[in-house]
Design a protein around this ligand. Structure first.
Ligand code: ZN
Length: 139
C-alpha cells in the first residue's frame, strides 16, 4: 500500500525532474515506477496530450487525452492523505484504488511531469465551462 513517506519521495522525485538532467531524472523515476508507466507518461507529455485549463480565478483543471478516451486528472488533492491524486481512467480505479499495486496511473504521472517541465497545453476556461466539464464527468 502506498505509504505517506512514499508519496513524499514521489513528489520530491517529480519536482526534481529536469530535462537537462534527463538520464538522472529518469533513473530516479525508475526507482518507483514501472518502465511502461514512465514511457507512456513521457509519450503523453511529448504528444502534448496534457491539457491544463485555467479559470480567471487561477483554478486549474487537467485533462489527459488517452488513446481511447479523455480523462480528468487531479494531480494533487490533499498532500496529507494516502491518495494524493486522482484520475478517472479504469486503470487508476483498479490498480491504485482497489489493488493498491500502483502509486498513480500514467495520466497522473504525465500531468505531474508536464507541469514540472512546463509542457502542459494551457487553455483558458470560464467558470461555467469548468462546471459543465465537471458535471459531464459524473455519470
Ligand atoms: Zn489515469
Amino acid at each position: 500500500m502506498p505509504s505517506f513517506g512514499l508519496q513524499h519521495v514521489t513528489q520530491a522525485i517529480i519536482s526534481s525532474f529536469r530535462e537537462e538532467e534527463f538520464e538522472v531524472s529518469l533513473e530516479k523515476l525508475q526507482s518507483i515506477f514501472p518502465d511502461a508507466t514512465i514511457v507512456a507518461a513521457l509519450d503523453l507529455v511529448d504528444r502534448g496530450n496534457v491539457i491544463k485549463y485555467t479559470t480567471a480565478w487561477g483554478r486549474c483543471h487537467y485533462e489527459v487525452l488517452g488513446s481511447t478516451a479523455t480523462y480528468t486528472v487531479f494531480p494533487s488533492l490533499f498532500p496529507s492523505t494516502s491518495v494524493s491524486s486522482y484520475c478517472t481512467c479504469p486503470a487508476f480505479a483498479f490498480s491504485v484504488l482497489m489493488a493498491e499495486s500502483h502509486l498513480m496511473c500514467k495520466h497522473v504521472l504525465a500531468s505531474c511531469l508536464a507541469e514540472q517541465l512546463s509542457r502542459c497545453v494551457e487553455r483558458p476556461i470560464s467558470d461555467e465551462e469548468l462546471v459543465a466539464k465537471m458535471a459531464g464527468n459524473v455519470y
